[in-house]
Design a protein around this ligand. Structure first.
Ligand code: ZN
Length: 54
């Protein structure tokens, strides 16, 4: 399952979310610490398979 890394804009905490592709919805991701939805996706060398076009 892919791991999505986020950083909270409020508390600056980085956290990871593990979701299947089907369940993953960035609008539903909240900070585990302060529960805000003001989170930014972080791309830190995590290889996530995106859409395959072949
Ligand atoms: Zn937070």
């Amino acid at each position: 399952m892919p791991i999505y890394e986020f950083r909270c804009r409020e508390c600056k905490k980085k956290f990871q979310v593990v979701r299947s592709i089907a369940e993953y919805d960035p609008k539903k991701v909240t900070c585990p610490k302060c529960n805000t939805k003001k989170v930014d996706r972080v791309w830190s060398g995590i290889s996530v398979q995106t859409s395959k076009k072949s």
